[in-house]
Design a protein around this ligand. Structure first.
Ligand code: HEC
Ligand code: HEC
Ligand code: HEC
Ligand code: HEC
Length: 113
C-alpha cells in the first residue's frame, strides 16, 4: 500500500510540474567549428539561472521547449537571426556580461572538435 502511494505521488509530481530540463549535457552538433556542449544542470546550479525563458525565449511555458534550430536556421530568415548569430548573442553575450572566468568566450572553449 505504502509503495503504491509513493509511486502515485511520484507520478503525480511529474505530471503537474513543468517539463524538466534535460539532466545530462546536450551536445549541439550543428557547427563545423566543432560541437558545443551545454549543461542545464551547471547553468541552473553554478550560473544560477532559474528562468528557462532566459534561453528558451519563445517558450509558452507548457510543452517542452523547442530546439533553437527549429526556428533559427543556417541563414537569417526575415526577422529570425541565423543559429550562429542567435547562439553567439545569447551564449557569448551572457558569458561576457557575467565577467565570470568560468564562462567561456573563446572559440575553442565552446567549440570542441
Ligand atoms: C559561448 C560559446 C561559444 C563561443 C565562445 C563561440 N561559439 Fe560559435 N557557436 C556556439 C553555438 C552554441 C553555436 C550553434 C551550434 C549549433 O547550431 O549546433 C555556434 C555556431 C557557430 C558557427 C555556425 C555553425 C557552423 O560552424 O557552420 C560558427 C561558424 C561559429 N560558431 C564560429 C565561432 C567562432 C569563430 C568563435 C570564436 C570567435 C565562436 N564560434 C565562439 C557557441 C559558441
Ligand atoms: C543557459 C540556457 C538555457 C537554459 C537556462 C535552459 N535551457 Fe533548455 N536548452 C538550451 C539549449 C541551447 C538547448 C539545445 C537546443 C538545441 O539543440 O537546439 C536546450 C534544450 C532543451 C530541451 C531539449 C529540447 C529537444 O527537443 O531536444 C529541453 C526539454 C529543455 N531545454 C528544457 C529546459 C527547461 C525546462 C529549462 C528551465 C528549467 C531550460 N531548458 C533552461 C538552453 C537552455
Ligand atoms: C519558435 C521559434 C524560435 C525558437 C524555438 C527560438 N527562437 Fe530565438 N528568435 C526567434 C525569432 C522569430 C527571433 C527574432 C524576433 C525576436 O527577437 O523575437 C529570435 C531572436 C533571438 C535572439 C535575438 C537576436 C538579436 O539579434 O538580438 C536570440 C539571442 C535568440 N533568438 C536565441 C535563441 C536560442 C539560443 C534559442 C534556443 C534555446 C532560440 N532562440 C529559440 C524565434 C525562435
Ligand atoms: C544568462 C547567462 C548565460 C547564458 C545565456 C549562457 N551561459 Fe554558459 N555560463 C554562464 C555562467 C555564469 C557560467 C560560469 C558558471 C560557473 O561559475 O562555473 C557559464 C559556463 C558555461 C560553460 C563552461 C562550463 C561547462 O559546462 O563546461 C559552457 C561550455 C557554457 N557556459 C556554454 C553555454 C552555451 C553553449 C550557451 C548558449 C546555448 C550558454 N552557455 C548560455 C552563463 C550563461
Amino acid at each position: 500500500m505504502l509503495v503504491a502511494m509513493v509511486a502515485f505521488l511520484a507520478m503525480a509530481t511529474v505530471a503537474f510540474c513543468n517539463p524538466a530540463a534535460p539532466a545530462g549535457d546536450i551536445s549541439m552538433k550543428g557547427a563545423k567549428k566543432g560541437a558545443v556542449n551545454l549543461s542545464h544542470k551547471m547553468h541552473a546550479e553554478k550560473a544560477g539561472i532559474s528562468d528557462c525563458k532566459t534561453c528558451h525565449h519563445s517558450w509558452d511555458g507548457k510543452a517542452a521547449p523547442q530546439k533553437c534550430d527549429s526556428c533559427h536556421k543556417e541563414k537569417k530568415d526575415g526577422k529570425t537571426p541565423s543559429m550562429k548569430t542567435a547562439a553567439h548573442k545569447q551564449c557569448k553575450g551572457c558569458h561576457k556580461k557575467s565577467k565570470n572566468k568560468a564562462a567561456p568566450t573563446s572559440c575553442k572553449k565552446c567549440h570542441k572538435k
